[in-house]
Design a protein around this ligand. Structure first.
Ligand code: AMP
Length: 121
């Protein structure tokens, strides 16, 4: 992908230009509630930096940032008390994946049974 749109909605949330329901922040990542939740708890965790997709993140991010994002996800799992009953992590990329916002993000879903992984067609 490599091109990064600096005005995508998550870049604007990172710059605090538009509001979000922020749950957690550290030097590597920001976590906030999804505006259109697909589960009782649906949070997005995004890295700080200009990465349009998972592939861009893995190609361009430092090892510290890659690890930092993973640790931020793990922290949010505890903040939401999801470890005992479980959760699901989802990363969408590209047209088949259905990625809508071109800033790399990880979906964390939980708070109740999540059903099948995908809609089988
Ligand atoms: P994806 O299809 O993986 O790109 O998912 C993008 C997600 O971002 C969707 O679940 C949207 O509901 C969510 N979303 C879009 N705009 C916002 C926003 N301003 N604040 C929080 N979540 C958003």
């Amino acid at each position: 992908m490599r091109h990064y749109d600096k005005n995508n909605v998550f870049a604007r949330i990172l710059r605090r230009e538009i509001p979000a329901s922020i749950l957690y922040e550290d030097e590597y990542a920001l976590a906030f509630h999804d505006v259109h939740p697909h589960a009782p708890l649906h949070v997005l965790i995004i890295p700080k930096g200009e990465f349009a997709s998972f592939s861009d993140f893995m190609a361009l991010a430092t090892p510290d940032l890659i690890a930092g994002l993973m640790r931020a996800i793990d922290t949010v799992i505890d903040l939401l008390d999801l470890r005992k009953n479980g959760f699901r992590l989802i990363i969408n990329q590209g047209s088949d994946g259905g990625q809508e916002v071109p800033h790399y993000h990880v979906h964390l879903l939980g708070g109740g049974p999540l059903g099948p992984l995908t809609s089988k067609k």
